[in-house]
Each structure stands twice: as C-alpha cells, then as structure tokens.
Write a protein that binds this ligand. Structure first.
Ligand code: NDP
Length: 283
C-alpha cells in the first residue's frame, strides 16, 4: 500500500525561522528591532517550559524577548495593569499572554485588553472579527502555521471539502476561517456533531484539534485525504501522541503530519513571524 507523504513541520519551521531572522535583521537595521513581550502568570510547569522555548527561539531569530512574571496570587487588575504598560511601550511590538491564566484571573478581560495592533496571537475579538470577515488580520499561530504547511506541500485548498474537528478560539475557529478565506468549503465539527466519522470521511482536508489520543483511525479518512493532526496528548508511558492514529491512517491518507514534528514546531515559528509582521506594520 502507498504511504502518505509525511508533512515535516520541523523542516517548514526551519525555513520560516530563517525568513524571520532576515526580517528581524532588516527591522533592526531600520532602527525598529522587533520586540516580543510574554506575560506569564502563576506556577503552571508546562507554561514555564513553553515560555522558555519561546524566549530561546526569539533570541535565536534576533527578536528581543522579555518575559514579565506575576505570581499565582495576581489579581485580574494587576494583570490588566501589566498588559496596559506593555500596550504603552513603543519598543514592544507583540504581546503574548501565556494561557492558561490562574482561575481567579478573568482570561477574556485580559485577552481583550491587549491592543489589537500588538496582538501577536490574534486572539483579540477585533482580529478574530477581521479574520472571520475575510479581511487582512493577524491570525492565531497554530492555524496560520498549518496554512503554511499546506502551502509548502502544494496543497491547494480551492474548492476542496475541508473538515475541522474542534472549535476552540485558539485553533478550530480561526482554522475554519483561514480555510474559508482560501476558498475551501468548510465544515466545523465539535462535541455535539452528529455522525462525526461520516463528516470526516468526506474531507479532502481533515484537521483534527480535539485533544483525544488517536481518536481518528483509518476508517475515518477518505483515501488520499490531507490529514493534519493538531493534538498533543501524553500517554501513561510518557510519550506524545496526536489525535490521529498515525500507523493506521498512513496507508490511507495522501498527506499526514506526525506528532511530534508536525504542527507543533510551526506554532512557535509563526509566533516569531507574527512578531515581525507587527513590527513591520509599526504596531
Ligand atoms: P479545546 O479543549 O479548547 O477544544 C477542543 C475542541 O474539541 C472543542 O471544540 C470540543 O468541542 C471538541 N471535542 C472534544 N471532544 C470531542 C469529541 N469527542 N468529538 C468531537 N469534538 C470534540 O482544545 P484546543 O483547541 O486548545 O486544543 C486541541 C488539541 O490541540 C489539544 O490536544 C492541544 O494540546 C493541541 N494543541 C496543539 C497545538 C500545537 O502547537 N500543536 C496548539 C494548540 C493546541 P466543544 O466545543 O463542543 O466542547
């Protein structure tokens, strides 16, 4: 049986980071060195790991990164005050609020306080609205990174049936908007969807962003389909698996992203390229 083309997110991310380094250098030479500020609240160990990776990647690409830490006990007002000070700082082009915030902090209020011109994650309703309206917008990093993977592997979305499973603000919804803007016919599925497998089987492009280990198996996939696995799940044995059962889907799909090494590396690379974009716009 033929095997699906393995879409190598690490390799595409390397290319994106090289482009970012060139853009960051040009910006620095023009006196506008791109600056990314990360707001990290509390003690969540995974968040500390992610932020460390983002800091390292920014530094390597020539982007000035700064992490602003607040304790677990921080109030919504304290986080809002920090975000406001970053909004007012002309050396800061992108502001990223690391999620999840502690339970006592109002996440929606904080995300909405980031000025849309510095909203490197594209989570602000003004940017989400632009994206949903088919207008020029800063789009969230994970779905933007997926669009770049599709482009790099010559997948033309025009007229294709695309099915997105998962409707989060971070992945599923903006993914559906980006695919719609690329002229795919999009079905957005979620936990209340009837006959999920039937929808998935009709997809030319299937994007899975649910958070359920290896939920999508061979009998969910149309032969030759492009399958993008966004899920990151840790097994009891401590290994990482996606939302797609790679081994069973590989002989059926036309293209497939692995976990790890697929979508994940593109998220940070796109964060860096979004920071450059905001600096280029003078935000
Ligand atoms: P959320 O938990 O915010 O959203 C999950 C979505 O999946 C919801 O829309 C939910 O539906 C839907 N869902 C849950 N169970 C089912 C089911 N049985 N059938 C159909 N739909 C279901 O997750 P995220 O979008 O933040 O993340 C999804 C996955 O992607 C996670 O594994 C996460 O770790 C990973 N991720 C990976 C990134 C990367 O860089 N590779 C970046 C971000 C996330 P409903 O809305 O009805 O509740």
């Amino acid at each position: 049986m033929p095997e699906a083309v393995r879409m190598d997110g690490k390799e595409v991310a390397r290319r994106v980071r090289a482009e970012v380094a060139d853009r960051a250098q040009a910006l620095s030479q023009a006196g506008a060195a791109p600056g990314l500020s990360v707001v990290l609240v509390g003690d969540d160990p995974a968040s500390h790991v992610y932020v460390g990776r983002k800091e390292k990647a920014a530094l390597k690409a020539g982007i000035r990164g700064a992490t602003h830490r607040l304790p677990e006990s921080a109030t919504t007002e304290e986080v809002l005050a920090l975000v406001q000070s970053l909004n007012d700082d002309p050396a800061v082009h992108g502001i990223l609020v690391q999620l999840p915030l502690p339970r006592a902090v109002d996440t929606d209020l904080v995300l909405d306080a980031v000025h849309p011109s510095k909203d490197v994650d594209g989570f602000h309703p003004a940017n989400a609205g632009l994206l949903a309206s088919g207008l020029d917008a800063i789009a969230p990093c994970t779905p933007s990174g997926i669009m770049r993977i599709l482009e790099e592997y010559g997948v033309d979305c025009n007229g294709k049936d695309a099915v997105v499973i998962g409707r989060s603000r971070i992945v599923g919804r903006p993914m559906a908007a980006l695919l719609t803007n690329a002229n795919a016919t999009v079905t957005l599925c979620h936990s209340r969807t009837h006959d999920l497998q039937g929808h998935a089987r009709r997809a030319d492009i299937l994007i899975v962003a649910v958070g359920r280990p290896e939920m999508v198996t061979a009998d969910w996939v149309k032969p030759g389909a492009v399958v993008i696995d966004v899920g990151i799940n840790r097994t009891d044995e401590g290994t990482l698996v996606g939302d797609v059962d790679y081994a069973s889907v590989e002989p059926i799909a036309g293209h497939l992203t692995p976990v790890p090494g697929g979508v994940g590396p593109m998220t940070i690379a796109t964060l860096l390229s979004n920071t450059c974009l905001l600096a280029e716009r003078g935000g």
